[in-house]
Design a binder for this molecule. Structure first.
Ligand code: SAH
Ligand code: SF4
Ligand code: F3S
Length: 465
């Protein structure tokens, strides 16, 4: 199979991005190389998301357009994986005759063999759900992809979701909650740090529910899990790891130990993404979120008491069935009361098979749009005020690579997860910094989306690799 090239198109959340990394690694081990564009590839895979209808429809328009790509060269193969694949399975093969294989969210390891079968003309779909921990045992990073890590990496600690929020498709696309034994997580963190990774982001659909099922049954030792705060403390001691993040936590699992971990663990970043969804108790209850607005505020106040300059970000849904103007105003009020640094806001999208899909009292499209824009306006001013307050401060940024502004300009993020674009130096040259390095920067300008900083002269710190 040597010499064959693959390209993966990824939609959705960090879990999907990381699954694509895992898939790329499996394929490198299988003798493939990656192509940066579909045109240079023999194998094209789409890793899909079904969180909102727009995300799902993207797959259908992509697949339509790929007919031409497939017929462009003999032997080209197309595969679809991820959350839409998990949900609709082999009906995709029927609907799209030029599609070769379909793989679910628990079946990454089967892809190399499905690919070989596709080359023999077999069309397969594998979307079985497994409860096995085997899915965490993946090969070490292939030398061919190590260079792309650029100082940061994702690290899976749990997968699946048993919360069944009324609006959400994820429990159906990711299956039941399963936590990975702590030993494997810590070993992977050590290995990443040995290869120059400075920042890890722990991943899980409800990441701070890590180990909860095992713990409740008193099987913690057998399952090899630890309370989440203890796992963080173990990772805090891994040599070379400078920054630890986790996403997405669920408000229900913010215990005192986790809040205190923010006060005591040096490498745990002063940023938490804590999804609110709504600021109205009536809506939260219908959403089955299992917390009230006061409980949510209690958590954010606790985090602020533990780390006074902590940056909090969130997710909000507007236009959930039955959401009244009064409920929406309560959301606006809570967003302001917490003072989120940033938020991702979405119009509710009905997902077939979820409880809320059956709810009456839909909010009309234009009204949902108005609420979305009003919320985004409030957020814009909160973000800008927060960013302006950073001017003149010195922060450490982990350089990621070229910024969206192009022209060879670099960008990175500080520990609070603020995006910092590096200003050219006085002579107009791009600053001398490389991806994966941590540099001190002085913030000189603020925009609603990012900060602009200039490098403070001095040595970069480049990890233990
Ligand atoms: N596990 C995370 C959320 C993951 S999904 C949590 O519990 O918060 C990411 C975000 O997508 C959610 O926080 C929610 O704001 C949004 N989302 C999920 N389902 C949605 C739907 N049906 N319509 C609109 N937004 C949705
Ligand atoms: Fe979806 Fe709720 Fe699970 Fe988050 S906790 S993934 S919103 S069901
Ligand atoms: Fe989308 Fe699946 Fe993530 S539905 S948001 S890719 S878990």
């Amino acid at each position: 199979m040597s010499g064959r090239r693959f390209h993966i198109r990824t939609y959705g959340c960090q879990m999907n991005v990381h699954d694509s990394d895992k898939l790329a690694n499996l394929l490198y081990h299988g003798g493939f190389e990656s192509a940066s564009e579909a045109d240079g590839a023999d194998v094209l895979m789409i890793n899909t998301c079904s969180i909102r209808d727009k995300a799902e429809n993207q797959l259908y328009s992509d697949l339509g357009a790929l007919r031409e790509w497939k017929s462009g060269l003999p032997g080209r193969v197309i595969g679809v994986g991820g959350c839409v694949a998990q949900q609709v399975g082999d009906s995709l093969l029927k609907r799209f005759p030029h599609l070769d294989f379909v793989f679910g969210t628990h079946n990454l390891r089967l892809v190399p063999s499905m690919l070989e079968a596709a080359q023999r003309g077999e069309r397969r779909s594998e979307t079985g759900e497994t409860r096995s921990l085997e899915r965490f045992d993946l090969p070490l990073p292939h030398p061919g992809i190590r260079g792309e890590e650029q100082g940061r990496a994702f690290l899976t600690v749990m997968e699946g979701c048993d919360m069944f929020c009324a609006f959400c498709i994820v429990p159906q696309t990711r299956g039941r909650e399963i936590s990975r034994p702590a030993k494997g997580i810590i070993e992977e963190a050590r290995r990443l740090a040995e290869h120059g990774v400075r920042e890890v982001t722990l991943l899980g659909q409800t990441v701070n529910a890590y180990g909860r099922h095992a713990e409740r049954r008193g099987h913690s030792e057998q399952a090899g899990t630890l309370p989440f705060a203890e796992l963080l403390s173990e990772l805090n001691a891994v040599p070379g790891l400078e920054r630890i993040r986790y996403t997405s936590p669920h408000p229900l699992f913010f215990d005192q130990a986790l809040i205190q971990a923010h006060a005591s663990l040096e490498h745990l970043c002063p940023h938490v993404h804590i999804p609110l969804q709504s600021g109205s108790d009536a809506v939260l209850e219908k959403m089955r979120r299992r917390y009230t607005r006061d409980e949510f505020l209690g958590i954010t106040e606790g985090l602020k008491a533990a780390v006074p300059d902590i940056a909090l970000t969130t997710d909000v849904i507007v236009g959930f069935p039955g959401e009244k103007e009064k409920d929406f105003l309560e959301t606006l009020d809570l967003v302001q009361a917490v003072g989120f640094v940033d938020s991702y806001s979405f119009k509710y999208s009905s997902r077939p098979g979820t409880t809320a899909a059956e709810f009456a009292e839909a909010v009309e499209g234009p009204e949902a749009q108005r609420r979305l824009e009003a919320l985004q306006e409030v957020q814009r001013s909160l973000t800008l005020a927060h960013h302006r307050a950073c001017i003149g401060r010195r922060v450490q940024i982990l350089v990621h690579g070229e910024s969206r502004r192009g022209r060879g300009q670099l960008c990175g993020r500080d520990a609070h997860h603020r995006l910092v674009n590096l200003a050219p130096d006085a002579a107009g040259a791009a600053p001398r910094a490389r991806p994966g390095e941590i540099h001190e920067v002085e913030i000189v300008e603020a925009t609603p989306h990012s900060l602009i900083g200039s490098l403070v002269p001095g040595e970069a710190s480049a990890g233990i690799a």
